[in-house]
Design a protein around this ligand. Structure first.
Ligand code: PRX
Length: 641
């Protein structure tokens, strides 16, 4: 593979950026020439942010898996596409070449076909980080089904809601998943999620942990049996190839649920061609990937980072992408460095929360680990603090590896603002400059765009890039309201941001009621809904507070009138409830019982005050005169945890 669109110098970046703004259609048409199309587009871009309606590479036909796999087979078929490192370092690792990946994806597409899956059907995937997860995702894409991957940390209730929203008819899961010392019973959670479900027809179960599972006749089937049968079928046809379905550029590729300001997660929809071009272009440019390099993104495929930068982007670029089943601190805090040493990893892409967590163990876990293969480091998911940035730079990169601080979102498909490794300069805690095609705008409180440098405001984007979300599944109005209504003709990100004297961007965090806990997005309203489900809870209010490792922690103020248990038991009951309703990832770090919440006369909770108290700021709480009962503030202050 060569990448004619790889930017090699700061001047080339400037030229590319300028062209992407002056002549976006020509710019993206040239880049799109580097992909495999069944039929080229009639028009590169048609859009308006009013409806919104955004179409890239209009009327083009393609299949993304031919771009991720087939086109690499002839010259690079024996090169590793995926290297899989199991949770337990004693267990055998697996290297999946492009040829092997092709075979497995074809087999799985055949399995889907055998079970009645058709183009446009929704397939929910709830698996641990095993290569079969990648086969399942790509198998869906090959047959034209829409995948909806759900992270293994979500509860049965969360899965049930997502299944219903997507009207999913098929599920692919595992008996269980290993994560550090834990064995998570995925199939059993799916069984709970399916109580009362009316749409799911088949559940395909891959064996990973040999946990006992109930297999319902007529509904549940084993991955292994199905794959064997599909192999025989394909071989009988004289070829292991499963012909890829011809898809339209704007057909949906997947749904991925993410939290917002309301209680209900929304299904972000990405479509095929724009997503493919955007993830590949950004992968090649931000990380400056060179053919043959080993690239390790530590994310989980349950989140957008795994979709875009473990599976689609790297594979489209013909890269070698690592998949890690475990966690950074098990069996010890040297795990990432063992993996880096063992596979001679060249590019490492992780989250600030992981860096801060590893930092807390000091440098002992780095002893005798050869990290000299590393060339580029990356971070994603939340603002990185100065201390963590320097620790990463000094101890991991040995001050020789550029660090790319990549800002983006589930909705953006791929990286929008970042330096390009070794090409444009890094600046600690700054995502720095927009990628070609990205036109950021900072807005003031009145909704006017702030011109010039040294300004801060709400971050919007004023022109579509190929990876922008197209809709929220089953509810286009919600997409419009959430992203395109705050500022007319702008996409609103929900983030606050500043632009320094040189035009570098620094993301300062969410400006809506969304928390970022360990790089995971969680809506405060969602957590409140879950807490309020507990029989003894009258009302609750959830805010974020600074947390040394997680970035943000969850602080819940709860009015409780139940009779059972002492305070600690009640806390545990509430945690258990949140775990059941959303999943362990949304459990509050602190629960303070209160007699009242600070409300305005119209009944609105004044979160600003609660946020300040949770942050430990007791003095300058701002104007409290509009409160119905200012006395509750004193009580809350005195009970702060
Ligand atoms: O607040 C921003 C933060 O994460 C949010 C997006 O979360 P999610 O859709 O889950 O995607 C995470 C992986 C892309 C953003 O609105 N965020 C993401 N990257 C950064 C960041 N904040 C600061 N710096 C970043 N590099």
């Amino acid at each position: 593979m060569s990448y004619p669109y790889q930017i090699k110098s700061a001047d080339e970046y400037k030229a590319a950026y300028k062209k992407s703004v002056d002549n976006p259609e020509e710019f993206w048409a040239e880049i799109a020439e580097n992909f495999l199309w069944r039929k080229k587009w009639d028009k590169v871009l048609e859009w308006n942010f009013k409806e919104p309606k955004i179409e890239w590479f209009k009327n083009a036909k393609l299949n993304i898996t031919e771009n991720c796999i087939d086109r690499h087979l002839k010259e690079h078929g024996d090169e590793p596409a995926i290297i899989w490192e199991p949770n337990n370092p004693e267990e055998r690792t697996r290297t999946v070449t492009y040829k092997r990946l092709h075979k497995r994806v074809c087999q799985f597409a055949q399995v889907l076909k055998n079970n009645g899956v058709k183009k446009g059907d929704r397939v929910c995937i709830y698996m641990g980080m095993v290569p079969e997860l990648a086969y399942a995702v790509l198998g869906c894409a090959r047959i034209g089904a829409i995948h909806s991957v759900i992270f293994g940390g979500f509860s049965a209730q969360s899965i049930a809601d997502r299944l219903e929203d997507a009207k999913a008819e098929y599920i692919v899961t595992c008996d269980g998943a290993y994560r550090g010392g834990k064995d998570i019973p995925l199939k059993s959670i799916i069984d709970d999620a399916l109580i009362g479900n009316k749409t799911v027809k088949k559940v395909i179960v891959y064996t990973r942990t040999r946990t006992a599972v109930s297999m319902l006749k007529g509904r549940d089937i084993w991955w292994e049996d199905e794959m064997d049968f599909a192999e025989t079928q394909l071989e009988k046809n004289g070829s292991i190839d499963f012909p890829a379905e011809e898809m339209d550029a704007e057909d949906p590729l997947f749904i991925l649920y993410t939290s917002g300001s309301t209680g209900k997660p929304k299904g972000v929809v990405h479509t095929i061609a724009g997503y493919m071009v955007w993830t590949t272009y950004t992968f090649v440019n931000v990380f400056q990937y060179q053919p043959g390099q080993v690239y390790f993104c530590t994310a989980d495929i349950g989140w957008i980072t795994g979709h875009s930068y473990i599976v689609y982007g790297p594979l489209c670029a013909g890269a070698t992408s690592m998949m890690f089943e475990g966690v950074p601190t098990w069996p010890d805090a040297g795990r990432f460095w063992d993996i880096t040493d063992k596979y001679k990893v060249n590019i490492l892409y992780t989250a600030p929360t992981a860096i801060r967590s590893l930092m807390s163990y000091g440098t002992a876990p780095l002893q005798n680990k050869d990290l000299s293969s590393l060339k580029v480091l990356g971070t994603v998911g939340e603002p990185i603090n100065e201390e963590a940035w320097h620790w990463y730079d000094e101890n991991i990169g040995k001050k020789k590896c550029p660090i790319v601080d990549t800002w983006w979102q589930t909705e953006t498909a791929g990286i929008l603002i970042s330096n390009l490794a070794g090409v444009t300069p890094a600046k600690p805690t700054f995502a720095t400059l927009p990628l070609p095609g990205v036109q950021p705008a900072l807005m003031d409180e009145k909704g006017n765009e702030l011109e010039g440098n040294n300004v801060s405001g709400n971050l919007c984007i004023k022109f579509p890039w190929p990876g922008i979300l197209r809709t929220t599944y089953g509810d286009h109005e919600r997409c419009k309201q959430t992203y395109f209504s705050s500022y007319e003709n702008y996409y609103f990100t929900g983030d606050g941001c500043l632009r320094d004297a040189e035009g570098n961007y620094r993301i300062t965090g969410r400006v809506d009621d969304v928390l970022n806990v360990s790089g995971h997005r969680i809506g405060t309203a969602e957590v409140e809904n879950a807490i309020n489900m507990h029989a003894g809870v009258v009302e609750s209010a959830v805010v974020g507070f600074p947390h040394d490792i997680k970035g943000q922690g969850i602080y819940a103020y709860v009015i409780f009138n139940g009779k059972h248990g002492d305070e600690e038991q009640r806390r545990q009951d509430i945690l258990q409830t949140v775990s059941r309703i959303i999943g362990p990832i949304a459990k509050p770090d602190k629960i303070q019982f209160v007699n009242g919440l600070p409300k305005t006369r119209s009944g609105k909770i004044m979160r600003r005050i609660l946020r300040k108290i949770a942050e430990g700021e007791m003095q300058n709480l701002g104007d409290t005169t509009t409160l119905l009962d200012p006395g509750v503030v004193e009580e809350i202050k005195s009970g702060k945890l």
